[in-house]
Design a protein around this ligand. Structure first.
Ligand SMILES: O=C(O)CCC(=O)C(=O)O
Length: 292
């Protein structure tokens, strides 16, 4: 025997169900529409606080640069390189992530077999003997044309971009290694004519690319930053003033000359002794003329 269908069975409920489904769908549609309108219009909610735009917190969009037409020696695309002014006195600018860890390792790898004790440009009366202890790192010079991997060439171009001084004004890279206790006492990179005699060209700026982290010590220091410590009592061994901790891949640019071409006395700088670990850095000195 077939079970009796109850009155108001499937056929009946289907008739009633359609309007109900329609009402529920409409309700969801209007709720969704109204909700998204609220979110996109920063309408204050019951608490009285404005609602933050959810979309804004999800995606931080990088600005897109529209390149304009370039001259024969220019570049066809626009780029941005992150930087932080560490000091105006002297002018010192920091570039986080200027080179990749892989590039840094490559530079260490290609130079580590050629290191020799670092030397100094001597003033009259100075000898290797009586300047012992001023600069105790070891290092080597390497130019981008000696690097078949192209790593140094890329970095050189990036330095030219951030300094707006052509790569042809740069000396070869001086790759340095500081072991525990090794340092470079405070000094100037620019040459005072009265101390060093006439020069073919002058050093305008220095770019340091940190090739390694250092566990402790090894900071690049600017003892006279903003006029600090500028009395005769300053001992160039003393690690004071603005100190920059080396971080692999980061760059530090500082200017030895003012825009009028005279030496900035506040550009005195040096390397604090390494206390723990090892410091690797590639220095590029940049001249006011093409350097041969
Ligand atoms: O190693 C440093 O942090 C500084 C190097 C330096 O002063 C130089 O190479 O002229």
């Amino acid at each position: 025997m077939k079970p009796k269908t109850k009155s108001g069975g499937f056929g009946q409920s289907a008739k009633l169900g359609l309007p109900i489904v329609f009402c529920i769908c409409s309700l969801f549609f209007f709720a969704g529409f109204f909700g998204s309108w609220l979110l996109n219009n920063d309408i204050p909610v019951a608490s009285g606080r404005p609602r933050s735009r959810i979309l804004a917190s999800v995606a931080v969009e990088e600005p897109e640069f529209q390149a304009v037409s370039n001259g024969e020696t220019g570049e066809s695309s626009a780029t941005s390189i992150s930087s932080q002014i560490l000091s105006w006195k002297p002018l010192a600018i920091y570039f986080p992530g200027f080179a990749s860890p892989k590039q840094c390792e490559k530079i260490i790898e290609m130079t580590k077999e050629n290191l020799e004790p670092s030397t100094l440009a001597l003033r009259s009366g100075e000898t290797t003997e009586n300047t012992k202890g001023i600069r105790t790192s070891s290092g080597t010079f390497i130019s981008s044309s000696d690097d078949q991997t192209g790593t140094l060439g890329l970095i050189e171009q990036k330095i030219a971009k951030v300094t707006s001084i052509p790569a042809s004004h740069g000396e070869a890279f001086n790759v340095l290694r500081y072991e525990i206790g090794q340092r470079y006492m405070s000094h100037y990179d620019a040459f005072h004519a009265t101390e060093y005699g006439p020069q073919k060209s002058q050093r305008v700026a220095s770019f340091l690319l940190y090739l390694s982290d250092v566990e402790e010590g090894g900071e690049t220091m600017f003892p006279y930053e903003n006029g600090l410590n500028m009395d005769d009592a300053y001992d160039p061994k003393k690690c004071v003033g603005l100190k920059v901790k080396p971080r692999q891949g980061d760059g530090l640019l500082f200017y030895s000359l003012y825009p009028n071409g005279t030496i900035d006395p506040l550009s005195l700088h040096g390397s604090c002794p390494v206390i723990k670990g090892e410091k690797w850095v590639a220095t590029k000195w940049i001249r006011d003329e093409v350097f041969y």
